[in-house]
Ligand binder design. Structure first.
Ligand code: AHR
Length: 497
């Protein structure tokens, strides 16, 4: 087979990569909070009750915007239940996941953790069963200087300094009939505008995210987004996109081509934002906030019912090699659309559809951890349009796609290149050309692969799918040349002049 040639030129710039596309999502569901980041009884607990082993692993992912507290959870959440002395906080029945919520972790615990981890807090307000006023009160609690009711409540709870949270989501998946308080688009738009006004009256520096379509296959896809954005106009800085994918048909080649439809979803939503801006003659346009994305299809159905237990084992997806390539594909797509995708949050971070799992005191790193880590550590710079010349294949659902899925970032004296070989059984030769630069050296090159598409890590065998140095990467005649194993993802940092 002929090799794939990637052509890079520093003039082919898309936009600066917004570091917030390497965001995460921590929802009060399953074992994400309790037994995930927070487990006071664990031998790994720090003085705040957080698991040091989990935080250590999360640190390697270098996450930015952290969305909290949901998710479907938020549409029934009353934030006042989660603040104040822990022994006085109510235990409640949580309807979204049919679980018991003890409220031992809440706003101030999350803010402290975010500060420790260097995360930018991204709060979602309850527009399901909550009111615009409740949302406004939360903004005051988080952001106002002392002297008024909710700011003083925060001080009374031991947090003198405002948390200064800038990024707020106006509800979650309100287009979904499963959502507590689901309403048609026109109703949601009114609710969101009312909340946005009250929240902005409280703090005019907020950045607000409107809840867009929760999936590409929703019957109201695009219609919902158009109605919501057309009504909200300037009130929304971003519209959210959600996407969960899976290999239900057990057709790996087709599954790996799903990146083409992620590109398409981004372009659809960008078109809505541009059209609304034009129709309403707005100065400012809304950008995209891909605030839930991941592989999720095995742990569905019965696996979503918490059976009225605290920290139930739900949505505990096991990730394999093919999922790893799809996760890299999501991130490639966000980089390719750096001009419009400004925030993205992998859903989620621990135990619930997550790169990290715990079991008692043990912790496991899943396959999807590695592409996130490899790309997040190379995120600084300007996304470049990559010229690709190489083989492609026809996928059943998404048309023709290049065999190699790729993206690139121009940093300070470096070029970062990401490439997945989607061939199921053949290694593939890759050549990287920097058209207007001299490639001085290969500073680093890592690869993730495994014995077969379904290979995955377990507590007994934790290193089946991991990142390793990619060997035999050479510079010949100014071109980087190497061979990508079948079903692999590689990341390169090239020193350039
Ligand atoms: O991330 C799991 C769930 O997926 C979220 O709570 C919801 O927003 C989405 O349907």
């Amino acid at each position: 087979m002929k090799p794939t040639n990637l052509y890079l030129h520093s003039a082919f710039q898309i936009a600066e990569v917004d570091s917030r596309i390497f965001g995460g999502f921590l929802e009060h569901m399953g074992r994400a909070v309790y037994e995930g980041v927070y487990e006071p009884g664990s031998k790994h607990a720090d003085e705040h009750g957080c698991r040091k082993d989990v935080l250590g692993a999360l640190r390697k992912l270098n996450m930015t915007a952290m969305r909290y507290p949901g998710g479907n959870f938020v549409s029934g959440y009353h934030w006042e239940d989660g603040v104040g002395p822990k022994e006085e906080r109510p235990t409640v029945r949580e309807l979204a996941w049919k679980s018991i919520e003890t409220n031992q972790f809440g706003t101030n615990e999350f803010m402290r953790l975010s500060q420790e981890m260097g995360w930018t807090p991204m709060m979602a307000v309850n527009l399901g069963t909550g009111t615009p006023e409740e949302a406004r009160n939360w903004v005051e609690y988080c952001n106002a200087t002392p002297g008024t009711k909710y700011a003083d409540l925060r001080v009374a709870h031991g947090c003198k300094k405002p948390h200064d949270v800038k990024l707020w989501c106006l509800g979650n998946e309100m287009d979904g009939p499963w959502q507590l308080g689901h309403v048609p688009a026109e109703h949601y738009a009114i609710r969101a505008q009312q909340a946005a006004k009250l929240m902005r009256d409280m703090d005019d520096s907020l950045e607000l995210v409107a809840a867009g379509s929760c999936a590409k296959d929703m019957p109201t896809y695009i219609d919902w987004d158009w109605k919501v954005m057309d009504y909200l106009g300037d009130w929304a800085d971003y519209i959210s996109l959600h996407r969960y994918v899976g290999n239900e048909a057990n057709n790996t080649a087709d599954y790996l081509a799903v990146t083409a439809s992620i590109d398409r979803q981004i372009e659809d939503m960008d078109a809505v934002c541009r059209a609304v801006q034009a129709r309403k003659r707005l100065k400012k346009r809304a950008y995209l906030c891909f605030d839930e994305w991941n592989v999720w299809y095995r742990a569905r159905g019965a696996d979503q019912n918490g059976k009225w237990k605290p920290a139930p084992h739900i949505l505990e997806e096991v990730y394999n090699l093919e999922d790893m390539i799809v996760v890299a594909g999501f991130l490639n797509s966000f980089i390719r659309h750096a001009d419009v995708v400004k925030i993205a949050n992998i859903a989620q971070i621990v135990n619930v559809i997550a790169p990290i799992m715990t079991e008692g005191d043990k912790m496991l790193i899943q396959s999807i951890f590695y592409p996130f880590m490899m790309m997040s550590s190379r995120r600084e710079g300007i996304a470049l349009r990559v010229g690709i010349d190489g083989p492609s294949y026809e996928s059943k659902s998404y048309g023709e796609v290049p065999l190699v899925d790729t993206s690139a970032i121009l940093g300070d004296g470096v070029m970062h290149v990401f490439a997945s070989n989607r061939s199921l059984d053949e290694k593939h030769r890759l050549r990287i050309h920097a058209l207007d630069k001299e490639i001085l050296s290969v500073e680093s090159a890592e690869v993730v692969t495994g014995p077969n598409a379904k290979a995955h890590n377990t507590f007994a065998k934790p290193n089946v799918v991991t990142a390793k140095p990619l060997k035999r990467v050479q510079i010949r005649d100014g071109v980087v040349q190497c061979s990508l194993p079948p079903m692999s993802f590689a990341a390169f940092t090239l020193r350039v002049k």
